[in-house]
Design a protein around this ligand. Structure first.
Ligand code: PLP
Length: 317
């Protein structure tokens, strides 16, 4: 079964040369999950496709923009499984990105519509498929939902195991937060392991209180009534959103160039580059010193190539 390809793969944790404020930095390379350029969407997709196989679904419907890593990964697995894949995509965010090219290569059926009609077209697509005798499986954008959350409970366990094997303790985990599913999974992992790390999600688009509320909802959804959590313990930082999704500034581009040069690791301007910049600024402003800090590289490597133009432009080259 295809799922086995990256089923038990544990992503590496590596030390960085970055040493801001005498902190020690590590990175968990979820971008190296060995399927379709990896990333958190690949980690989540495994569980969705496990469900699809268990349910005997024969096609998949999801949504996302032309730059969506989620849609690229789902389209790739669907192509491998020879399963039709329908992607509802807003025309407002329809640039010719590498992810979009890949979706086309995997022969995903991309249905463009205005952003306020996405919900309607999704329902319509599902109904049409059912009427034609198909058994479609629906995946929320970004792989949101309890199966996605579970994927990052797994990641937390990997981090705990690394700590035990290497006799080290991470004080902080930083990562890019979008739909908040990754963050919810990490927080659930922390609760289930009775741990006390600080998990800091750097929002790449959403503002509070909405962003934090969604993370809170996902945590409660996953934990059911097992344990109560205090919403004030969720660190969903919206100071680095700028004007919103995929908007970046020269500091983010400089961060990407520095990390690429010093560490040999590609970050992108929408997610990981924004989050890495946010992390450093947060550490600087909060005067955090002498800690072990883990950054989770959540993937998005095709977006790195979308950003090459900016990287090699002008003052930074
Ligand atoms: C989707 C995505 C995120 C955000 O993950 P969520 O679980 O939606 O919060 C972060 N980084 C990358 C590269 C992504 O593609």
């Amino acid at each position: 079964m295809m799922i086995g390809l990256f089923n038990n793969y544990i992503t590496p944790i590596c030390k960085l040369t970055e040493n801001l404020n005498d902190n020690t930095f590590f990175i968990k390379r979820d971008d190296l999950i060995p399927f379709s350029f990896g990333g958190n969407k690949t980690r989540k997709a495994r569980y969705f496709f496990q469900k699809i196989i268990d349910n005997n679904n024969d096609c998949v419907v999801t949504y996302g923009s032309s730059s969506s890593n989620h849609c690229r990964v789902i389209a790739n697995i669907a192509a491998k499984e020879k399963m039709p894949c329908y992607i509802i995509s807003p025309i407002e965010n329809n640039q010719e990105t590498f992810n979009k090219k890949l979706m086309r290569l995997y022969r995903a059926k991309i249905i463009n519509c205005p952003i306020n009609e996405v919900k309607k077209i999704m329902d319509k697509t599902m109904n049409n498929l059912k009427q034609k005798g198909y058994k479609p499986y629906f995946i929320q954008g970004g792989g949101h939902g309890s199966l996605g959350t579970r994927a990052y409970v797994d990641a937390y366990r990997e981090i705990k195991n690394y700590e035990i094997e290497n006799n080290i303790r991470f004080d902080y985990i930083f990562h890019a937060s979008g739909t908040g599913t990754t963050q919810a999974g990490l927080v659930c992992g922390k609760i289930l392991n009775n741990d006390n790390k600080k998990i800091i999600g750097i929002s790449i688009a959403r503002k509070n209180p909405h962003g934090k509320n969604v993370v809170f909802g996902s945590i409660n959804n996953y934990m059911k009534s097992k344990k109560k959590i205090d919403i004030n313990e969720i660190n969903f930082i919206d100071d680095y959103v700028l004007e919103g999704y995929s908007k970046f500034n020269s500091k983010i581009i400089k961060t990407i160039k520095d990390v690429l040069t010093e560490e040999g690791i590609p970050l992108d301007a929408t997610y990981t580059g924004k989050a890495f910049w946010g992390m450093k600024d947060y550490i600087w402003k909060k005067q955090i010193t002498g800690k072990n800090i883990l950054f989770i590289h959540t993937g998005g490597t095709p977006l790195f190539f979308d950003n090459l133009e900016e990287l090699f432009n002008g003052q930074f080259y």
